[in-house]
Design a protein around this ligand. Structure first.
Ligand code: GTP
Ligand code: MG
Length: 306
């Protein structure tokens, strides 16, 4: 229900979807706006695999953000599902602002053309967010290059920022303001997300696996939550970590179990902060060959919402 504010101006609300190439800074920007690491961030592309909603509320407005997987082509069914997830978010009815994050620090290649074409064809109002300006020597030049490559996007409103900088919150919200019209308060002011702790447990444990390993290992990991129990004094989480080969299993376990112990401790700390309660995680690692191409596995793991 819409709550009238004390000032004469009516409350405003809206939905914004964040899309872009992998690693363009979508999750970082969402976290900066919310002041909380809600969506896991790592230096590795393809960190976000599932859509996550983050809710920003102040006295005058509420914006419900959807952070999406980075758009890319990949050889696995998983990659195609991730691409579809991001395209669905871009084409969803009711999006008040489609925020297209462009990484100014990298060359615009084929991947950028893929995202640009989705944005060009989208019905929703659009905002281009030129990100990582701190890593770009000549942002103005790079932006001109972007518009010369994608002339159909010329004239689209844009903002240039650096998502790792706190100033980005003010800049981004100011750029979003014209898109957010009078509307209800969909969530109370305390709500940051509609995702549950099972989701966070899986995503943050995977984040710490990504940070602790490299090469193909992070992409081959799927974290399944077998049980999440809220016990007196602590949360007990039983997880099954799927990998594709015995080699990957050995890497994650590490010498005498040292690496998995470190991963578990880091995830417990982070989930404790998010849940406001101590967390204990147990991990079992299972080799599930080719899970990224196994539709039965992907569907049974309720990977995506549909
Ligand atoms: N220097 C700098 N680094 C940034 C900026 N924005 C994001 N990063 C870094 O870029 C990397 C990727 O950021 P993410 O937020 O995970 O990117 P993403 O678009 O969500 O990536 P996917 O989930 O893989 O699609 C991380 O190491 C961030 O710290 C920025 O403005 N400046
Ligand atoms: Mg992300």
């Amino acid at each position: 229900m819409a709550q009238p504010t004390k000032s004469a101006a009516p409350f405003r609300s809206g939905f914004a979807a964040l899309i872009g190439r992998p690693n363009s800074g979508k999750s970082t920007l969402l976290n900066t706006v919310l002041g909380e690491e809600l969506s896991p961030v790592t230096p590795l592309p393809q960190t976000t695999r599932r859509r996550i909603r983050g809710v920003y509320t102040d006295r005058a407005m509420q914006i419900i953000f959807s952070d999406t997987p980075g758009m890319h082509w990949g050889s696995h069914r998983l990659n195609r599902m991730m691409l579809r997830e991001a395209k669905d978010a871009a084409g969803e009815q009711g999006v008040d602002c489609l925020c297209y994050l462009v990484d100014l620090s990298r060359e615009f290649g084929k991947e950028e053309s893929l995202v640009a074409s989705v944005v060009q064809d989208a019905d929703a109002p659009r905002l281009i967010v030129f990100n990582k300006s701190d890593l770009c020597k000549a942002p103005g030049l790079q932006i001109r290059r972007f518009f010369s490559l994608f002339p159909r996007l010329a004239g689209t409103p844009s903002v240039t920022l650096s998502a790792v900088n706190m100033e980005a919150k003010k800049q981004f919200l100011a750029a979003l303001e014209p898109f957010i019209k009078e509307g209800p308060r969909y969530f109370d002011g305390e709500t940051l997300t509609d995702a549950n702790m099972r989701f966070f447990a899986a995503e943050f444990l995977r984040k710490h696996i990504i940070l602790a390993t490299r090469d193909e290992v992070p992409h081959a990991v799927f974290v399944e939550i077998e049980a999440y129990r809220e016990l007196p004094g602590y949360h007990d989480i039983r997880t099954l970590i799927h990998v594709e080969t015995t080699g990957q299993k050995g890497i994650i376990i590490g010498k005498k179990g040292a690496l998995i112990a470190r991963i578990r401790a880091a995830a417990e700390k982070e989930l404790g902060r998010l849940s406001g309660c101590p967390v204990k995680i147990s991990c079992h690692i299972k080799v599930t060959p080719h899970w990224r191409d196994n539709m039965k596995f992907l569907n049974s793991a309720s990977f995506f919402s549909e």
